[in-house]
Ligand binder design. Sequence first.
Ligand SMILES: NC(=O)c1ccc[n+]([C@@H]2O[C@H](COP(=O)([O-])OP(=O)(O)OC[C@H]3O[C@@H](n4cnc5c(N)ncnc54)[C@H](OP(=O)(O)O)[C@@H]3O)[C@@H](O)[C@H]2O)c1
Length: 315
Amino acid sequence: MIKLSERKILITGAHGFLGKHLVDNLINKRRVKKKNLFLPTSKELDLIKWENCLKAVKNQQIVIHLAAKVGGIGFNLRNPGSLFYNNLIMGIQLMEAARLAGVEKFVGIATVCAYPKFTPIPFKEENLWDGYPEETNAPYGLAKKMLIVQAQAYRQQYSFNAISLLPVNLYGPGDNFNPKNCHVIPALIRKIFLAKIKKQKRVTVWGDGSATREFLYVKDAAEAIVLATEKYNKPSPVNIGSGKEISIKNLVKLICQSLDFKGKVIWDKSKPNGQPKRKLDISKAQKEFGFKAKKEFKEGLKETINWYLKNINDL
Ligand SMILES: NC(=O)c1ccc[n+]([C@@H]2O[C@H](COP(=O)([O-])OP(=O)(O)OC[C@H]3O[C@@H](n4cnc5c(N)ncnc54)[C@H](OP(=O)(O)O)[C@@H]3O)[C@@H](O)[C@H]2O)c1
């Protein structure tokens, strides 16, 4: 087990949604001293540039690579090229720089979007390579998937300790509610809240509501990453999820109830559903490093809605 309080740790993307919760976990639960954390923003070190990757890893012992370009279906459809290029080039360069600098361990954050479109439920890690991902998120998912190959190849050739984690869709306080690039939960909360405030009688939602998703509370995801950093040192990627599936239709119902929106939901079937079903087999994370998600979904959703109502002025 790696004692993180005794290491110098680079976290890329530390000021993003997941990054803030990860830093909070390390400082408050693991007693890591702030001075041992290196948390550059993209303005300080743009990791698209190779020289900045070299600077970022200098004198670091652990690298946790969260930096990425991410977004919901619409954002993925509008930006397939930059999502592919940015995510691939940042990861490839950072891992190579970390290897050259003699970094002890590299923790890569992949994504559920790397799984094939029609993976049998629950998704098992060994099904990852069985087919092409759902088209709307394939450039993002495949860029992240190549970093898993890089991690395995570097372990094989250079004995470099790189691991890869596959989180499902995250949600929680501090999520990104920017309509340009937010994910499904913040997008729905915002849309339904605005419909209620504007006294609209109906709200239109993308797809037909049949797709299912699994959601993981962001603080649970941060705990999983920390546990894997401390304890997991093998080449195969590991699913990080809650193991619970919910349809978009039921998710919309829950959000309407929470926000007391009584209007009609119109399903826009001309818009994509995204991947038809998503639910992970989460047994490996529990077996390998003792991770089990704690937060009950309805409670986490309520916290997320309350956070939005307190922090975001969308009116
Ligand atoms: N959110 C989810 O549902 C989800 C699900 C599965 C996996 N993941 C993975 O989890 C990680 C974190 O996601 P998140 O939701 O926290 O995303 P986020 O809030 O958008 O944060 C991403 C971070 O990446 C940084 N970044 C982007 N481009 C960069 C560049 N060129 N150079 C340096 N830093 C750059 C940004 O830094 P600045 O703020 O300084 O610009 C930002 O802080 C990502 O790797 C993502 O793929 C997320």
